[in-house]
Ligand binder design. Sequence first.
Ligand code: ATP
Length: 384
Amino acid sequence: MEAAIIAEVTAEPGLRILGTEEKKTMRRYRIAAIPADGIGPEVIDAGLEVLDALAGRVGFALDVDRYDWGSARYRRTGAMMPDDGVTQLRGADAIYFGAVGAPDIPDAITLWGLRLAIAQGMDQFANIRPTRILPGVASPLRDVAPADLDWLIIRENSEGEYAGQGGRSHRGFPEEVATEVAIFTRAGVERIMRYAFAEAQRRPAKHLTVVTKSNAQRYGLVLWDEVATLVARDYPDVIWDKELVDAMTVRMVRRPASIDTVVATNLHADILTDLAAALAGSIGVAPTANIDPSRRFPSMFEPIHGSAFDITGKGIANPVGALWTASLMLEHLGEHEAAAVLMAAIEQVCAAGIVTPDLGGRATTREVARAVADALRGVNRPGG
Ligand code: ATP
């Protein structure tokens, strides 16, 4: 793979430099960066370096506030973030999040104390996860061409199995009981269905698969199906079908080209998107966005992967998930051209074989970030 490192990045996605007058009228965005745990800081640093290369060259600037929230803070203070953390973030235009989780702290504390507290506290009810096979990345699926796997998976992000309802009684006694209650509200299901149908409508295939499990889960998931049928009437140009979640895993592997846009519950989509990321080549390239479509609150953008303790500090974390995530963030901010140019630069660097070991390459996190930043600056760079 030595060739991977010496591959050349052409100047194609390079952006012109703005003049002084143009700089005065720049659009400014306040970004709250929360790198948090594990490889989070490594990939967020890579993302900020690349965003810095972009900003100033197109008509926007970013003011980045960095928050030290996460597991280290929990060890120091007993809380992942301050009590008024969600309020502090309200002034941001977007949140750029790394990863959360530590080997010595239960996930229930780290996840609920930070990521879920922000996502639910800001009613970011639509979690979107685009999945594609990037150029130069091999899917573990035999005979699958990039055009066969181009999905947008939409996860309900505010209730369902992760509504946080339940409890434990008779703690420590043999008769101990624990409940984990999945909550499906008509309003909650309807808003995610409307969001999913609208997203499907925007894509060329105009096709939506509603993932369900209403054969076994006879209340919440039956409501889920009923609401899908009602909402579908308002989107007559969207072709839609229903798939049981277990059958969906088989379809993703056997017939990926039959899938376009997908909507699933909080838990189902959590699992399906890890599978999707693996089928697209690596969990390290997958992005996600937690969206509040009403824009009352800032939305949160993060790579799909977690803390990945096994590679933390080694400098080999794949930053592509965080970079693609940055492109989603720019898209959400309305910077469509910058988002597209960033995506083109990422694809160019992947195609040139400048990739980290999880994709079979030998580049480091920083080398990949630098290659993308150089491509954005229009610098020809003989890699490495
Ligand atoms: P969590 O429990 O917080 O979801 P985790 O560390 O158990 O996180 P993931 O982060 O999802 O699990 O990753 C699983 C494995 O995939 C990691 O242990 C790591 O080897 C690999 N991995 C994840 N992200 C990356 C990345 N960005 N670059 C390279 N390898 C990665």
